[in-house]
Write a protein that binds this ligand. Structure first.
Ligand SMILES: [Zn+2]
Ligand SMILES: [Zn+2]
Length: 88
């Protein structure tokens, strides 16, 4: 696992951007996440790769105590699908 951003493969960076965009709320005409979500992309992708949907939803929601809203669970599912496609 690399923590050096400069050495990250291009694919990972692109996937992080996709993950961040979904977390931010992807919709038509929107091509990039806001800065807050873009910064979260790396961490969210890492959680997504563990396959823990509930942890992912909680991270998107920003919930520390666990439990996340339906909106964030839906986003987590979307991210999970996007990441799985990439890993395959
Ligand atoms: Zn955002
Ligand atoms: Zn939420």
């Amino acid at each position: 696992m690399s923590t050096a951003l400069v050495l990250a493969p291009k694919d990972t960076t692109a996937l992080e951007a996709v993950v961040a965009l979904i977390a931010c709320g992807a919709r038509e005409g929107k091509t990039a996440a806001c800065r807050a979500h873009a910064a979260k992309g790396h961490g969210l992708l890492r959680i997504a790769r563990t396959g823990a949907l509930d942890a992912l939803a909680a991270a998107i929601c920003g919930a520390v105590r666990g439990g996340s809203c339906a909106d964030c669970v839906a986003k987590a599912e979307q991210i999970h699908l996007a990441v799985e496609e990439e890993v395959r």
